[in-house]
Design a protein around this ligand. Structure first.
Ligand code: ADP
Length: 194
Protein backbone atom coordinates (compact mmCIF):
# COMPACT_ATOMS: atom_id res chain seq x y z
CA UNK A 1 0.00 0.00 0.00
CA UNK A 2 1.36 3.40 -0.91
CA UNK A 3 1.97 6.03 1.73
CA UNK A 4 -0.29 8.56 0.01
CA UNK A 5 -3.08 6.05 0.36
CA UNK A 6 -2.58 5.89 4.11
CA UNK A 7 -2.96 9.64 4.47
CA UNK A 8 -6.39 9.98 2.95
CA UNK A 9 -8.35 11.07 5.98
CA UNK A 10 -11.99 11.95 6.54
CA UNK A 11 -13.07 13.56 9.81
CA UNK A 12 -16.63 12.64 10.61
CA UNK A 13 -18.78 13.81 13.47
CA UNK A 14 -21.65 16.08 14.43
CA UNK A 15 -21.38 19.88 14.23
CA UNK A 16 -19.41 21.13 17.22
CA UNK A 17 -17.46 17.87 17.64
CA UNK A 18 -14.17 19.63 17.00
CA UNK A 19 -13.51 18.48 13.45
CA UNK A 20 -12.17 21.83 12.29
CA UNK A 21 -9.79 22.28 15.23
CA UNK A 22 -8.45 18.74 15.01
CA UNK A 23 -8.19 18.79 11.21
CA UNK A 24 -6.05 21.92 11.39
CA UNK A 25 -3.71 20.37 13.96
CA UNK A 26 -3.47 17.11 12.03
CA UNK A 27 -2.73 18.92 8.77
CA UNK A 28 0.16 20.77 10.40
CA UNK A 29 1.57 17.65 12.05
CA UNK A 30 1.19 15.37 9.02
CA UNK A 31 2.09 17.90 6.32
CA UNK A 32 -1.05 17.35 4.25
CA UNK A 33 -3.76 19.86 3.33
CA UNK A 34 -6.90 20.45 5.38
CA UNK A 35 -9.96 20.74 3.17
CA UNK A 36 -13.00 22.18 4.96
CA UNK A 37 -16.04 22.60 2.73
CA UNK A 38 -17.66 24.81 5.39
CA UNK A 39 -14.61 27.12 5.47
CA UNK A 40 -14.46 27.27 1.66
CA UNK A 41 -18.18 28.11 1.49
CA UNK A 42 -17.82 30.79 4.20
CA UNK A 43 -14.90 32.31 2.27
CA UNK A 44 -17.03 32.40 -0.89
CA UNK A 45 -19.82 34.07 1.08
CA UNK A 46 -17.40 36.67 2.51
CA UNK A 47 -16.17 37.47 -1.01
CA UNK A 48 -19.79 37.93 -2.08
CA UNK A 49 -19.56 35.60 -5.08
CA UNK A 50 -22.77 34.27 -6.62
CA UNK A 51 -22.11 30.84 -5.24
CA UNK A 52 -21.25 32.34 -1.85
CA UNK A 53 -24.49 34.26 -1.64
CA UNK A 54 -26.60 31.22 -2.46
CA UNK A 55 -24.65 29.07 0.01
CA UNK A 56 -24.88 31.65 2.80
CA UNK A 57 -28.69 31.63 2.78
CA UNK A 58 -28.72 27.85 3.26
CA UNK A 59 -25.92 27.82 5.84
CA UNK A 60 -27.69 30.43 7.94
CA UNK A 61 -30.69 28.12 8.16
CA UNK A 62 -28.52 25.10 8.98
CA UNK A 63 -29.44 23.37 5.73
CA UNK A 64 -27.06 21.63 3.36
CA UNK A 65 -25.71 23.30 0.27
CA UNK A 66 -26.60 21.24 -2.86
CA UNK A 67 -24.39 18.23 -3.58
CA UNK A 68 -23.29 19.41 -7.03
CA UNK A 69 -21.96 22.66 -5.55
CA UNK A 70 -19.83 21.07 -2.82
CA UNK A 71 -18.77 18.26 -5.12
CA UNK A 72 -17.38 20.72 -7.64
CA UNK A 73 -15.44 22.47 -4.88
CA UNK A 74 -14.00 19.23 -3.52
CA UNK A 75 -13.18 17.82 -6.95
CA UNK A 76 -11.25 20.95 -7.96
CA UNK A 77 -9.39 20.99 -4.64
CA UNK A 78 -8.40 17.31 -4.75
CA UNK A 79 -6.91 17.79 -8.20
CA UNK A 80 -4.33 20.23 -6.85
CA UNK A 81 -0.77 18.96 -6.49
CA UNK A 82 -0.56 19.25 -2.73
CA UNK A 83 -3.19 16.51 -2.35
CA UNK A 84 -1.02 13.83 -3.94
CA UNK A 85 0.41 12.69 -0.62
CA UNK A 86 -2.91 12.78 1.12
CA UNK A 87 -5.50 15.13 2.53
CA UNK A 88 -7.88 15.69 5.41
CA UNK A 89 -11.51 16.16 4.46
CA UNK A 90 -13.55 18.05 7.07
CA UNK A 91 -17.29 18.49 6.49
CA UNK A 92 -17.33 16.34 3.37
CA UNK A 93 -18.82 13.85 2.67
CA UNK A 94 -21.96 14.78 4.58
CA UNK A 95 -24.43 12.34 3.01
CA UNK A 96 -24.42 8.93 1.34
CA UNK A 97 -24.80 10.63 -2.04
CA UNK A 98 -21.65 12.68 -1.36
CA UNK A 99 -19.72 9.60 -0.18
CA UNK A 100 -20.65 7.79 -3.38
CA UNK A 101 -19.69 10.83 -5.46
CA UNK A 102 -16.31 10.94 -3.71
CA UNK A 103 -15.72 7.39 -4.94
CA UNK A 104 -17.13 7.67 -8.42
CA UNK A 105 -16.39 11.22 -9.43
CA UNK A 106 -13.20 11.94 -7.50
CA UNK A 107 -11.84 8.39 -7.77
CA UNK A 108 -11.25 8.13 -4.03
CA UNK A 109 -11.94 4.56 -2.87
CA UNK A 110 -13.83 4.39 0.43
CA UNK A 111 -11.86 1.36 1.59
CA UNK A 112 -8.61 3.35 1.26
CA UNK A 113 -9.77 6.11 3.58
CA UNK A 114 -9.26 6.47 7.29
CA UNK A 115 -12.54 7.77 8.54
CA UNK A 116 -12.02 9.14 12.03
CA UNK A 117 -15.39 9.67 13.66
CA UNK A 118 -15.44 11.94 16.69
CA UNK A 119 -18.00 10.84 19.27
CA UNK A 120 -19.40 13.63 21.44
CA UNK A 121 -22.82 13.60 23.20
CA UNK A 122 -25.35 16.21 22.04
CA UNK A 123 -25.57 18.23 25.31
CA UNK A 124 -21.83 18.86 25.03
CA UNK A 125 -22.14 19.82 21.32
CA UNK A 126 -24.70 22.54 21.96
CA UNK A 127 -22.57 23.96 24.80
CA UNK A 128 -19.47 24.12 22.61
CA UNK A 129 -21.22 25.74 19.67
CA UNK A 130 -22.94 28.41 21.75
CA UNK A 131 -19.50 29.32 23.14
CA UNK A 132 -17.98 29.41 19.62
CA UNK A 133 -20.59 31.92 18.45
CA UNK A 134 -20.25 31.65 14.68
CA UNK A 135 -23.03 33.18 12.56
CA UNK A 136 -24.83 29.80 12.27
CA UNK A 137 -24.31 29.00 15.98
CA UNK A 138 -27.67 30.36 17.19
CA UNK A 139 -29.62 27.83 19.18
CA UNK A 140 -32.42 27.28 16.62
CA UNK A 141 -29.89 26.87 13.79
CA UNK A 142 -27.77 24.53 15.90
CA UNK A 143 -30.82 22.32 16.44
CA UNK A 144 -31.49 22.29 12.70
CA UNK A 145 -27.88 21.32 11.96
CA UNK A 146 -27.96 18.50 14.51
CA UNK A 147 -31.14 17.19 12.90
CA UNK A 148 -29.61 17.35 9.41
CA UNK A 149 -26.57 15.54 10.82
CA UNK A 150 -28.73 12.72 12.25
CA UNK A 151 -30.68 12.26 9.06
CA UNK A 152 -28.07 12.83 6.36
CA UNK A 153 -24.60 12.34 7.83
CA UNK A 154 -24.90 9.73 10.57
CA UNK A 155 -25.66 6.92 8.06
CA UNK A 156 -22.07 7.39 6.86
CA UNK A 157 -20.82 5.76 10.05
CA UNK A 158 -22.34 2.41 9.03
CA UNK A 159 -21.35 2.98 5.40
CA UNK A 160 -17.66 3.34 6.28
CA UNK A 161 -17.76 0.67 8.98
CA UNK A 162 -18.95 -1.83 6.35
CA UNK A 163 -16.00 -0.84 4.16
CA UNK A 164 -13.51 -1.34 6.96
CA UNK A 165 -12.56 2.34 7.00
CA UNK A 166 -14.13 3.53 10.26
CA UNK A 167 -12.02 4.48 13.26
CA UNK A 168 -14.20 5.68 16.17
CA UNK A 169 -12.56 8.25 18.46
CA UNK A 170 -13.75 9.48 21.85
CA UNK A 171 -14.15 13.24 21.31
CA UNK A 172 -14.54 14.13 25.00
CA UNK A 173 -11.56 15.77 26.69
CA UNK A 174 -9.15 18.59 25.98
CA UNK A 175 -8.10 19.47 22.42
CA UNK A 176 -4.68 17.94 23.15
CA UNK A 177 -6.13 14.71 24.53
CA UNK A 178 -8.36 14.18 21.50
CA UNK A 179 -5.46 15.06 19.18
CA UNK A 180 -3.26 12.43 20.81
CA UNK A 181 -6.01 9.80 20.34
CA UNK A 182 -6.20 10.69 16.66
CA UNK A 183 -2.42 10.58 16.23
CA UNK A 184 -2.24 7.10 17.79
CA UNK A 185 -4.51 5.90 14.99
CA UNK A 186 -2.49 7.70 12.31
CA UNK A 187 0.95 6.60 13.43
CA UNK A 188 2.21 5.45 10.04
CA UNK A 189 0.89 8.45 8.17
CA UNK A 190 3.34 11.21 7.21
CA UNK A 191 2.68 13.35 4.18
CA UNK A 192 6.20 14.80 4.26
CA UNK A 193 7.93 11.45 3.77
CA UNK A 194 8.48 10.58 0.13
P1 ADP B 1 -20.20 22.28 11.34
O1 ADP B 1 -19.80 20.91 10.91
O2 ADP B 1 -19.55 22.70 12.62
O3 ADP B 1 -21.69 22.49 11.33
P2 ADP B 1 -19.14 23.31 8.81
O4 ADP B 1 -18.22 24.45 8.69
O5 ADP B 1 -18.62 21.96 8.44
O6 ADP B 1 -19.67 23.36 10.30
O7 ADP B 1 -20.43 23.56 7.91
C1 ADP B 1 -21.21 24.73 7.99
C2 ADP B 1 -22.33 24.73 6.95
O8 ADP B 1 -21.76 24.68 5.61
C3 ADP B 1 -23.26 23.52 7.00
O9 ADP B 1 -24.28 23.67 7.94
C4 ADP B 1 -23.79 23.49 5.54
O10 ADP B 1 -24.79 24.45 5.33
C5 ADP B 1 -22.58 23.91 4.72
N1 ADP B 1 -21.77 22.74 4.26
C6 ADP B 1 -20.50 22.44 4.62
N2 ADP B 1 -20.08 21.29 4.05
C7 ADP B 1 -21.12 20.84 3.31
C8 ADP B 1 -21.34 19.69 2.50
N3 ADP B 1 -20.38 18.74 2.33
N4 ADP B 1 -22.54 19.54 1.90
C9 ADP B 1 -23.51 20.45 2.05
N5 ADP B 1 -23.39 21.55 2.80
C10 ADP B 1 -22.22 21.77 3.43
Amino acid sequence: MSLAHACRIVLLGPPGAGKGTQAQKLARRLGIPHISTGAILRAEAARGTDLGRRAAALMERGELVPDDVVLEIVQARLEQDDCRRGFILDGFPRSLAQAEALERECGVASAGLRVLSLDVPSEELVKRMVLRGRKDDREDVIRARLEVYRQQTEPLIAFYRERGALVPIDGIGSTEEVFERLMVQLGSCDGRAS
